[in-house]
Design a protein around this ligand. Structure first.
Ligand SMILES: Nc1nc2c(ncn2[C@@H]2O[C@H](COP(=O)(O)OP(=O)(O)OP(=O)(O)O)[C@@H](O)[C@H]2O)c(=O)[nH]1
Ligand SMILES: [Mg+2]
Length: 383
């Protein structure tokens, strides 16, 4: 334990001050309602309650966890190349989309209306979305004209290029890795936030960065435990409070710890579900204010974690979050579990936010920086 009662008091006061400035009005955030929303009401408490709880920050380090090596070894997946993992992770989407592509490109001898109609159907079936599909088709029609392309087979490369151009991530989108930074993981429950914090911690550590996790989902004890397990797997430090403690004070303490230990990246897990949407938004607001005030020099990155298997619903979740917090990037998880991986294309084209990471499995190595070229290559079944 590194924080004494004096520090605790400081955190409580900081959080209290922030709370006073936050509007408590309810907003229309229906995505967060769930059938058991009322079950856990008593568990979330305010900053004042934290003192009574005597929140104990647990700092779990590699040294304190002798079983770290064991966990890593046991769960170490077979090392595979990044592209191979992506290729495998996209197999459901590829089966869906590329069989259509094959018959389209080999079945049509000329680029007539039927060709474009069939292409449109394939793209929409893969969840690329109506607007993005229309854009792609229009662009393809104009480029085939421009390049005097007459056969369907020649069209393939043009289509691939257009799809790659729709995806907007650049090297600059990972600039946070080169600065002292705070990464906030947000999203609805079950999207994959905690898992992504774990995978990302491991990835950043492998790049030689010093990472600390903040367990700011204090809503359920299981959420804290889950992140502690990931911290062991990734071999990084974690700052956690007890169940029911104030998430903003966990963030406050994590920032103090990150500064003291010269941490490069502070990765913050947040709750996906509270009693209701307004609590969740209020909590995010408090967390944001604490970061802005206590660590203004840090590069702030807010990643929204979206479950690709929820398809177009993921898009509306992102839109809702966008209304309450700045989002700098998207993490699209569970691409391995869907045949509609085309959502990757739709989501960035429609939201104008880059997909920075994709999840292609549950293992620690199953998070990838999003690479449009490799994605298109895997989609068009080229190995
Ligand atoms: N197949 C697959 N499963 C994933 C991926 N990412 C996360 N999951 C699984 O999705 C489930 C939910 O993930 P969590 O990380 O607990 O989700 P969360 O957003 O933290 O959820 P809450 O804490 O309830 O808000 C877990 O069983 C994960 O293993 C992925 O890329 N592929
Ligand atoms: Mg979680």
């Amino acid at each position: 334990m590194i924080f004494g009662r004096k520090k605790k008091k400081e955190a409580e006061e900081a959080v209290e001050n922030i709370e006073k400035t936050i509007d408590t009005e309810d907003s229309s955030f229906d995505l967060f309602k769930s059938s058991d929303d009322t079950d856990n009401t008593a568990k979330v408490e305010t900053a004042e309650d934290v003192a009574e709880n005597e929140t104990a920050e647990a700092e779990v380090t590699e040294a304190e966890n002798p079983d770290t090596a064991e966990v890593t070894e046991e769960e170490a997946p077979k090392k595979e190349g990044v592209f191979k993992r992506l290729f495998k992770g996209l197999s459901k989407t590829r089966n869906n989309i590329s069989e259509g592509f094959s018959s389209l490109f080999s079945g049509f001898s000329e680029l007539d209306d039927d060709f474009y109609e069939e292409l449109e159907e394939i793209l929409i079936m893969a969840d690329i979305g109506v607007n993005t599909t229309e854009d792609i088709i229009e662009e393809l029609q104009s480029r085939t004209k421009e390049n005097k392309v007459k056969t369907a087979e020649e069209c393939r490369e043009l289509l691939k290029n257009i799809i790659v151009e729709k995806m907007m991530v650049t090297e600059n989108d990972y600039a946070y890795e080169r600065e002292k930074s705070v990464v906030l993981m947000v999203g609805v429950n079950g999207a994959g936030k905690t898992t992504t914090v774990g995978k990302l911690a491991s990835k950043l550590k492998a790049k030689g960065l010093k990472v600390t996790m903040a367990a700011a989902d204090t809503f359920r004890a299981a959420a804290i435990d889950q992140l502690v397990v990931w911290s062991k797997r990734a071999g990084v430090d974690i700052i956690a409070g007890q169940e029911g403690s104030d998430p903003a004070s966990v963030i406050f303490d994590s920032i103090s710890s990150a500064k003291a230990k010269n941490t490069d990246v502070l990765l913050c897990d947040t709750a996906g579900r509270l009693q209701n949407k307004s609590n969740l938004m209020k909590e995010l607001g408090k967390i944001n204010k604490i970061i802005d005030r206590e660590y203004p020099e840090a590069h702030k990155e807010t990643l929204i974690v979206l479950d690709a298997t929820t398809g177009q619903n993921a898009l509306s979740q992102a839109r809702e979050f966008k209304t309450v917090t700045d989002i700098s990037g998207i993490v699209l998880t569970k691409l391995d579990g869907t045949a509609k991986g085309g959502i990757v294309i739709a989501i960035q084209a429609e939201l104008n936010i880059p997909v920075k990471y994709i999840g292609v499995g549950e293992g620690i190595d199953d998070l990838q920086e999003f690479d449009p070229e490799s994605f298109a290559k895997a989609l068009f079944a080229e190995e």
